[in-house]
Design a protein around this ligand. Structure first.
Ligand code: SAM
Length: 285
């Protein structure tokens, strides 16, 4: 298969027929059939000779091949063991690809990734997009750049501005540690089988320092959870429902100079940060 482009529709169809592959919906198997899209993902991943890059969900090897063609050192995860005989064939000529047949969420990533600085690229399985994204971002793993294809609706939530309908806990969870930018939107026709929704590739880069410096990130994210878990409540009531005493709620809001009659979805990251620090200082007074 050395000369075949695994993103070519005819090649994908040939491989699926030859190996009798029926895409498994429960594993989010939608295989890309657009060489330009695959090339755009590989390019956005900023790879060169020897860059360690991790892929999630090799499938039949489509993106894996494009990543390997840059000369990067590719470590790909694939949960579906039955694809091993396919990948052994489609990627047989590449010496710079290592495939691990494991659930990426259960793999010992700390040991596998070690100390190097990794990039990560994936056409993510949509049933598990958010857990994968948050695990990789929040677990302190040494990955500085993510290029992820996901449902457009999830990408819009990550990119959202305060006060907009898409703004939520996911926005802050990603933007706290990373910057995010849209690379390209992709229609369902770019896949076999076609998903129900439009997809988006995002480039997510880890910040050198969090977007707001807070004294305790757990307190920050507790407030975020209260703010968006109870979207209809004014923030004073959301905080009380979250278990903070009425006196403490008043003290936090006063110290942070925040109007508690606003809803949690209107606060910027900086405002959540101010409240988290006020809470921290009041606890430690
Ligand atoms: N990279 C290929 C492409 O772009 O055509 C396949 C992408 S497909 C959307 C997602 C792939 O992730 C599937 O091959 C699926 O079996 C695999 N997968 C699903 N859940 C996984 C998990 N938890 N860990 C690793 N791979 C997973």
């Amino acid at each position: 298969m050395l000369d075949a482009n695994l993103a070519d529709r005819k090649v994908v169809q040939y491989v699926m027929n030859r190996f009798g592959i029926h895409a498994k919906h429960r594993l989010g198997q939608n295989f890309l059939i657009r060489p330009d899209v695959v090339a755009a993902i590989a390019e956005a991943a900023e790879l060169s000779d020897g860059t360690p890059v991790m892929e999630i969900g090799a499938g039949i090897g489509t993106l894996t091949q494009a990543l390997a063609e840059t000369g990067a050192d590719v470590t790909a995860f694939e949960l579906d063991q039955s694809l091993k005989r396919v990948l052994d064939h489609t990627l047989e000529h590449y010496k710079n690809i290592h495939i691990i047949y494991e659930d990426v969420l259960k793999a010992d990533l700390k040991t596998i990734l070690g100390e190097k600085d990794w990039h990560c690229a994936a056409n993510l399985p949509y049933y598990v997009t958010t857990p994968i994204l948050l695990t990789l971002i929040q677990s302190g793993l040494p990955i500085s750049l993510f290029v992820f294809m996901m449902q457009k609706e999830v990408a819009d939530r990550i990119l959202a501005a305060p006060g907009s309908k898409d703004y939520g806990a996911l926005t802050l969870a990603v933007q706290f540690d990373c910057t995010a930018e849209r690379v390209i939107d992709i229609p369902p026709t770019a896949f076999i089988p076609r998903p129900q929704v439009t997809s988006t590739v995002l480039k997510i880069r880890r910040r050198e320092r969090p977007a707001v410096e807070v004294k305790d990130r757990k307190l920050f994210f507790s407030l975020v959870k209260m703010g968006f878990g109870q979207r209809r409540k004014v923030f004073t009531n959301a905080m009380k429902a979250g278990g903070i005493s009425a006196d403490m709620v008043k003290a936090i809001l006063e110290k942070a100079d925040i109007d508690g009659s606003r809803r949690g979805e209107t606060f910027s990251m900086e405002e959540y940060g101010r409240m988290a620090d006020a809470w921290y200082e009041l606890i430690h007074e």
